[in-house]
Design a protein around this ligand. Structure first.
Ligand code: C2E
Ligand code: CA
Ligand code: CA
Length: 755
């Protein structure tokens, strides 16, 4: 018996000892190897050294496959496996070949044809025979059942058969090619026979699954399966699949296996057939972890991109200040609503556009600054949202223009009214209470189909009508409003012609002094008599400001005023001429020069000229305005603050402005009816102005009661129909007389010292 634990560690390792097994082994012409279960060479004889060209110490400890040519490397292990299986089976159960040939029963353990490989790489034909190394414990060390647990060894005898006629070279080549192919593929391949036993694997399979060689060598299919399943995230699913495939031997299938360590294998399985008979199943596994990681990364990048693009898209459709939709979003939604009316029910097909614009918003911006303007717009945006359903679109079109789109609304008029009403509650901005208002135009698709731009145009026309009708209201579009729009365009064209043809006239309205009891000033007011009809300045002045024509009109009024009133002014140096000046004129850098050139050319003392401006001109970004007024005042021209008390004017800012006179707006004067009422605001204005060294003129005085009340409050000058309406130069003399008489009468009526 060969003792594997021989101290020399090799077959016949004790030359010179008494002849015995060692000599027998050493002198054997066949190469003899003892190979452990895991394929490691434990011992070799001298013939093995000669046959393969390795030294004994090189061979012992190496893998025996070193000695087998490609394509035959599993030859020995196959033999080993069969030997162990045979040893484990009681003789009665010796497997019987399916074809009933009893002789074939031992064929599994019979010597096999193989090719050996020498150290120099040359290959030779060989025959390999094997036997289990029998120890006292039975076949295989520590082995209680032949193919069971524990390790075993095999003794292999390799005989060089080069001298024999060559075996089928074609078969050999084919085997070699097949093996090379299997080993070179990146796929791990496992072949399982129909009875569930592992018939073959390539190295890639073993390394991909990390299956220990010993486990493989033991051919313990159940243990290998357990090893495999243990690595999977969902072993039950895989086991199920395997079972299903064995139930259906002809089936092909593929799927992905996810490992607990994060790897992913692509699995492909197909039947192995010999002729038409299914004899087993080939499993191929491909490690697609890298590809999957890349794919995941791409998917994640795509998802990120999609998210970013969604954000960008949201931004592209959002107004950055208010967070409302923007024009683009509104247009898209309107186009969508018009394209798909959404049913036949008139309520669900309703599409309403509510266009709105804050009244006098420019003043908030000009007077309180852009920050306050922004706050106001944000607050209005918030209030608008509370007036509509979440599904309605509220967009800011730009500036102080907003639009609301109602789809399927039952009562757009109610929504419009609610919106106008929403600004009733004052807005607090930086500690200042503001009462903004808005004008809203409403247009709806009704019987006549209209496109988006027409709908918007109608809403715009209606909004313009709401402004023209006095602001702070909503108006629904009516076809007649179109005519008003046409009129508005005609107006601008006509005004241009009128200016070119010198058709702008000037009327004068006397202003009386309450202390002197006489006319001390006249205000020049532009007049346009169009085809014999007087066009109200409230209509054509805004048009002139929009078109820039106000510059020419203003110059014309100044020139005519100075020319026509020159004599009246020269009679008394305390008299003066007041001319209205629009902000547009002040933005021209040469305005001051122009004014002084006109007075000089007409021979009018600049000290007899008063320029009436509104408070908003001081808050233009343009610093020309202040510079111009300052240099004009330096030349003696006086400045009056017109329409004081309207819009967003404030007493607090008065002291900073380069003005000489305050003109209290008619709306305050209109509050006086009996003359006995308490009007603290009016008194405060007058007192404050006086405190700042300004004179005060009240406009729109129509009744004696008003005049009396204003005189009682210490107002310096009065202007209004009570004294005279504005008159052309030709009718000025009687107008001046009438005014002087009226103020004289007022003073005469009064009990001296009653003030
Ligand atoms: P304004 O500067 O406040 O002019 C006073 C307006 O009040 C004038 O209206 C005048 O006719 C009117 N008025 C005077 N007394 C009374 C009264 O007792 N009761 C009533 N209800 N109204 C009275 P008008 O002439 O229609 O001018 C309107 C506005 O047009 C002016 O208001 C001014 O802002 C502007 N405007 C007129 N002419 C010019 C001009 O040459 N240049 C510029 N920039 N604006 C002008
Ligand atoms: Ca005025
Ligand atoms: Ca005024």
């Amino acid at each position: 018996m060969i003792a594997p634990s021989s101290p020399e560690g090799a077959l016949g390792a004790a030359p010179g000892a008494a002849p015995g097994y060692s000599e027998l082994v050493e002198s054997s012409p066949d190469a003899l190897l003892v190979v452990a279960e895991d394929g490691t060479i434990r011992m070799v004889n001298a013939a093995a050294e000669r046959m393969f060209g390795y030294r004994r110490d090189e061979l012992v400890g190496s893998d025996h496959r070193l000695l087998l040519a490609e394509g035959f490397q599993n030859a020995l292990q196959g033999l080993f496996f069969n030997l162990r299986r045979e040893a484990a089976q009681p003789p009665a159960h010796t497997p019987v070949a399916l074809d009933g040939d009893a002789a074939a029963a031992g064929a599994d353990t019979a010597p096999v044809e193989a090719y050996g490989r020498r150290r120099d790489g040359t290959e030779f034909q060989a025959e390999v025979a094997g036997a289990l190394l029998v120890t006292d414990g039975g076949p295989g060390e520590n082995t209680s059942q032949g193919t069971g647990e524990g390790t075993a060894s095999m003794i292999a005898a390799i005989r060089d058969t080069s001298h024999r006629p060559a075996t089928d070279d074609g078969l050999r080549a084919a085997m070699s090619l097949l093996s090379a192919t299997l080993e070179s593929t990146a796929d791990g391949i496992l072949v399982v026979s129909s009875d569930g036993e592992i018939a073959g694997v390539n190295n890639q399979f073993v390394s991909m699954w990390g299956i220990p060689r010993e486990l493989l060598a033991r051919r313990d299919d159940a243990a290998i399966m357990a090893f495999v399943l243990d690595q999977l995230q969902d072993p039950a699913r895989f086991a199920e699949k395997v079972e299903a495939l064995y139930a259906d031997p002809g089936a092909e299938s593929r799927d992905a296996l996810h490992f607990r360590d994060g790897r992913t294998f692509e699995r492909y399985s197909r039947p192995q057939k010999v002729a038409d008979e299914v004899v087993g199943r080939v499993w191929s596994f491909r490690d697609v972890t890298a590809a999957k990681v890349a794919q995941d990364r791409i998917s994640r990048a795509m998802a990120d991109l999609a998210e970013q693009s969604a954000q960008l898209k949201a931004l592209a459709f959002q107004d950055s200040l208010t967070g409302l939709s923007n024009r683009q979003m509104f247009s898209d939604r309107l186009a969508g609503a018009l394209a798909d009316p959404g049913g036949t029910d008139p309520a669900s097909t309703a599409v309403d556009v509510l266009l709105l614009d804050l009244d006098d918003f420019k003043e908030v911006n000009d007077i309180l600054g852009h920050h306050a303007g922004d706050q106001m717009l944000m607050e209005v945006g918030r209030r608008l949202r509370t007036c509509v359903r979440p599904c309605d679109v509220v967009a800011r079109l730009g500036g102080d223009e907003f639009v609301v789109l109602l789809i399927g609304s039952l009562d757009a008029d109610a929504v419009a009214a609610r919106i106008v009403d929403s600004l009733r509650v004052p807005v607090w901005i930086d500690g200042t209470m503001l009462r903004p208002s808005l004008s809203l135009g409403l247009a709806s698709i009704c019987e006549d189909a209209v496109d988006a731009s027409e709908l918007l145009r109608r809403a715009d026309v209606a909004m313009y009508a709401a402004k023209a009708a006095g602001k702070n209201r909503y108006m629904r579009f009516r076809p007649e409003m179109m005519e008003a729009l046409v009129d508005r365009n005609n107006l601008e064209a006509g005004l241009r012609l009128a200016v070119d043809n010198g058709q702008i006239a000037v009327h004068y309205q006397p202003i009386v002094s309450t202390s002197l009891g006489k006319v001390i000033k006249v205000e020049a007011l532009a007049r346009w008599i169009r085809d014999g009809v007087l066009v109200p300045p409230k209509q054509f002045i805004p048009a002139a400001e929009r078109s820039g024509l106000i510059v020419e009109i203003g110059t014309e009024v100044l020139l005519r005023g100075c020319t026509e009133l020159k004599d009246w002014l020269q009679e008394d140096s305390s008299r003066s001429l007041a001319v209205n000046v629009s902000g547009v004129q002040l933005q021209h850098g040469d305005f001051a020069e122009l004014v002084l050139a006109v007075t000089e050319s007409c021979g009018v003392d600049p000290r007899q000229l008063v320029l009436e401006v509104t408070e908003s001109v001081f808050f233009e970004d343009d610093c020309h305005v202040i510079t111009q007024l300052v240099s004009l005042r330096a030349a003696g021209v006086r400045v009056a603050l017109d329409d004081f008390g309207t819009g967003y004017s404030s007493l607090g800012r008065l002291q900073d402005l380069p003005v000489d006179t305050l003109k209290i707006d008619q709306s305050f004067v209109a509050m006086i009816s009996t003359g006995t009422e308490q009007l603290p605001i009016l008194s405060a204005m007058i007192d404050m102005a006086h405190g700042l060294g300004l004179t005060v003129t009240a406009e729109g005085v129509e009744t004696a009661a008003q005049a009396g009340h204003l005189m009682d409050r210490g107002c310096d000058a009065l202007q209004g129909f009570l004294f005279s309406r504005p008159q052309p130069e030709a009718a000025l003399a009687p107008a001046l007389d009438k005014a002087a008489r009226a103020i004289g009468a007022m003073r005469g009526d009064r009990v001296p010292g009653s003030r």
